[in-house]
Design a protein around this ligand. Structure first.
Ligand code: BT5
Length: 249
């Protein structure tokens, strides 16, 4: 396994760090390569959504992994990225993981991860792990003002991006080693410990229907299990929109 962070490129501006990695795949970009940008002009979220990436205020980072594992293990990469990110921030503020890819602080979104798998027949899949963290933003655009926050807004402190990057890369490395060793139970336990979703009531919009239930755990593939008031268990897909009914999820 290559060390995550070698090589490391820091760019003043790019459309999206995930896209930049993707563009370099054909040139045999090595596993562990990292791209960081001071600003993204087309930062991406999941499902075609965008990621607000203003100049100099956030951490916008992507890395390339090439895990030689069966495809069913790859769904856990998002949880791995979440655990590494939350662990890297924990000493600055009490962040919480929200399934599948959010990192919340005081109930607002502080960071998000975007993991993209690229399969090529006969070769190990390329997994691009993108991480966006709001560090020193003092405000957000109207559309996300009510849901987004930054470490500066919540703690009053100015965050040093380089220190956080070092911490994040160390955590990504150690989580990735465990991931390759298929210590999935460990990963799921760590994710669960850093989340406050469990035991809370929430609604889920699933194929045109609304489901009400309590989050009771993650299955071995890292999917969320929701239990309805009648005791029926549903396994959720990550595309489904979850809204907390309880506050501070
Ligand atoms: C995510 O998507 O949370 C994944 C974010 C990943 C961003 C990183 S930055 C480095 C790398 N390069 C990229 O191009 N992307 C990755 P999702 O769960 O779909 O959440 C997107 C939603 O979060 C948006 O629709 C907004 O509602 C909200 N949002 C957008 N920008 C935000 C921000 N800076 N802080 C908090 N919330 C934001």
């Amino acid at each position: 396994m290559a060390k995550i962070g070698h090589p490391l490129r820091i760019l003043p501006q790019i459309d999206s760090t995930n896209e930049e990695i993707k563009r370099n795949l054909a040139a045999n970009l090595p596993e562990g390569a990292v791209v960081i940008a001071d600003q993204q002009t087309n930062g991406r979220g999941r499902l075609g959504r965008s990621w607000h990436s203003e100049f100099g205020s956030g951490l916008y980072l992507s890395t390339l992994l090439k895990p030689d594992l069966p495809p069913e293990n790859l769904s856990l990469v998002t949880l791995m990225a979440g655990v590494a990110t939350a662990t890297a921030i924990q000493h600055l503020a009490p962040v919480k993981l929200k399934w599948p890819n959010d990192i919340l602080l005081n109930g607002k979104k502080l960071a998000g991860t975007l993991c993209e798998c690229i399969y090529k027949p006969g070769s190990i899949p390329a997994v691009i792990v993108g991480i966006g963290i709001n560090l020193n933003h003092t405000s957000f655009p109207k559309e996300i003002q009510g849901i987004a926050t930054s470490l500066k807004l919540e703690t009053g402190k100015t965050i040093n991006r380089s220190e956080l990057v070092l911490n994040l890369l160390q955590n990504l490395n150690s989580e990735y080693i465990e991931f390759l060793q298929r210590k999935n139970k460990n990963l799921i336990r760590k994710w669960t410990e850093q989340s406050n979703m469990f035991g809370k009531t929430m609604t889920v919009h699933q194929k045109g229907k609304t489901l009400l239930g309590t989050a009771v755990g993650l299955n071995p593939q890292g999917k969320l299990i929701l239990q309805t008031p009648e005791g029926k268990k549903h396994v959720l897909d990550s595309g489904e929109l979850i809204e907390a009914i309880s506050k501070n999820l």
